[in-house]
Design a protein around this ligand. Sequence first.
Ligand code: THU
Length: 128
Amino acid sequence: MEPRELLEAARSASRSAYAPYSNFHVGAVIQLENGAVYVGCNIENASYGLSMCAERNAVAAMVTGAEERKIQSVAVASPDAAPCMPCGACRQVLREFGCKEVLVEDESGSRSFGFDEILPHSFGPETL
Ligand code: THU
């Protein structure tokens, strides 16, 4: 899928968000190197600390469904913020599976970040 299509799918996923506490809705779409896509939205909980971000829910779907777990890109969208950048915890989890690019919405439509730009000098599986 093209960047705009991935962001459109992320925007669509954000409509499924369960976010009654923050009222901040996020959707994420992961595209693998083989082209497969996996979707997630944020899911909050009355026990606030159990809330989970859209990106990590998309990673959970990917781990459950994919044999080749090589992430090419992640698209993140929210009707409540543009751009909606992945939080630090999600960056580290995406890094685990080799994510190379982050797509977010901005005034011009979309913006792409190389993963090294948003998580430089990172720690990853090959270090162990
Ligand atoms: N959130 C995400 O889903 N992804 C991010 O990268 C940033 C934050 C969610 C978590 C919480 O449900 C809400 O946005 C407010 O922090």
